[in-house]
Design a binder for this molecule. Structure first.
Ligand code: DSN
Length: 430
């Protein structure tokens, strides 16, 4: 019996890549193209990031070969010595990082993890209070177009049009009237922090389970830069693992002990079959990284960068939804600021290799594919080492392009400047 050493693994990786180049040149070419895109452009989509090189290693590893239905020590397939090791590591590290009693690291995605919580703890038809989609909530927080929106009775709260605050007197009145079984906070496009204490007080008054979907800011909670809902007595926190946390694509359900059994059962066998063990290995690796000072510094810098970027945009006359940010993201009202809908704004910035995403704004009169704004965030740029002064430069380029979307000279010159700038900031793993 021999275990591979690092030289053998390096030779295997090179050989695997050569096989791809030879046997599937179309996919290989797309891979090279994506590498160049990531290297030569600035990633500002707030839900995207560059994962750790160690995570890339385990994602492309033999762990992808293995079926592991069940949980460590109780599997439905043999050969689980090493998969049990990595899943136990991932679960224990998740508990340490987030300060919770129990962790399930098997959800294949953010939608699956949220569905597992609702379906595991509630009965179809039950009432859940959550943030309205156009005010920042996620599809799985009850948007009418999602299956969850038809299965459960979602009561939606909204935000103040000027400062983005939540009217907790209104939330309380709605909770007393509708008697939700669950109160959910968390968001996909909301640039403010959450008042967990206020939610918890109302939930306790009506006997609701408290849940936070921390997908966007899970990494900032892990890095101690943002508040942890468990410190306020929350029952459940879900988070995707690939956004601010910098892990592989996937999800986690974290909870207090009384919910552990039902939630495990809901993830498997309730909702999913075999977990993706290469992703579970990546989650384990990520959660060790998340315990370092370097990660905490990154999390703090994400917030500093977001504040600097938002201030620079506003100083340049850009209208931001809620007038700024408390977290890693901001939403630009491009229609009000430049007379451009979000699709056009996204396309103009794409042309200079600054990647953003079109975004509906609260109560947007425009449709989702031509909404009034774009969403921007700093986790990926921060991972690459960009600091506050770089955010001022980014704001200046964005404003130049959005003010003159049809000026080919401006577009060409900013594109060149962006490409030169990017050479100073290597992409991890490339
Ligand atoms: N796709 C995620 C985001 O961009 O926020 C939410 O599903």
């Amino acid at each position: 019996m021999t275990l591979n050493n690092i030289d053998q693994q390096a030779a295997a990786l090179l050989s695997n890549m050569k096989e791809l180049e030879t046997n599937d040149p179309a996919v290989y070419a797309a891979l090279l193209g994506e590498e160049d895109r990531e290297r030569n452009g600035i990633e500002l989509i707030p839900s995207e990031n560059y994962t750790f090189p160690e995570v890339l290693s385990v994602l492309g590893s033999v762990f992808t070969n293995k079926y592991s239905e069940g949980y460590p020590g109780r599997r439905y397939y043999g050969g689980q010595t090493y998969t049990d090791q990595i899943e136990n590591l991932a679960r224990d590290r998740a508990k340490t990082v987030f300060g919770c009693d129990h962790a399930n690291v098997q959800p294949l995605s953010g939608s699956a993890m949220n569905q597992a919580v609702y379906l595991g703890l509630l009965t179809p038809g039950d009432t859940i209070m959550a943030m309205d989609l156009s005010h920042g909530g996620h599809l799985t927080h009850g948007a009418p177009v999602s299956h969850m929106g038809s299965l459960f009775n979602f009561v939606r709260y909204v935000t103040d049009p000027v400062d983005g605050s939540i009217d907790f007197d209104q939330v309380r009145a709605d909770a007393l009237r509708t008697k939700p079984k669950m109160m959910l906070c968390g968001y996909t496009s909301y640039p403010r922090d959450i008042d967990y204490a206020a939610f918890k007080t109302i939930a306790d008054e009506v006997g609701a389970i408290t849940m936070t979907d921390a997908s966007h800011f899970g990494g900032l909670v892990a890095g101690r830069a943002m508040a942890n809902p468990f410190d306020f007595g929350f029952d459940i926190v879900t988070t995707t693992t690939h956004k601010s946390l910098r892990g592989p694509r996937g999800g986690m359900v974290l909870c207090r002990k009384p919910f552990a059994k039902a939630l495990d059962k809901s993830v498997f066998p309730g909702l999913q079959g075999g977990p993706h063990m290469n992703a579970v290995a990546g989650i384990a690796v990520t959660l060790l990284k998340a315990q370092t000072q370097e990660f905490q510094d990154y999390a703090q810098q994400v917030l500093v960068n977001a504040k600097t970027l938002s201030n620079a945009l506003m100083a340049g006359g850009v209208s931001l939804v809620t007038g700024g940010t408390d977290n890693h993201m901001m939403v630009l009202d491009t229609m009000a600021s430049f007379g451009l809908d979000g699709r056009v704004a996204e396309e103009v910035l794409d042309r200079v290799q600054i990647t953003t995403n079109k975004q509906i704004i609260p109560d947007d009169p425009n449709p989702p594919l031509r909404p009034s704004g774009i969403r921007v965030g700093t986790p990926a740029a921060t991972t690459r080492g960009m600091k506050a002064q770089d955010m001022e430069q980014l704001a200046s380029w964005m404003i130049q392009c959005l003010r003159a979307p049809e000026d080919e000279a401006v577009i060409a010159s900013v594109r060149q400047e962006v490409e030169t700038f990017c050479q100073r900031f290597p992409v991890p793993g490339l």
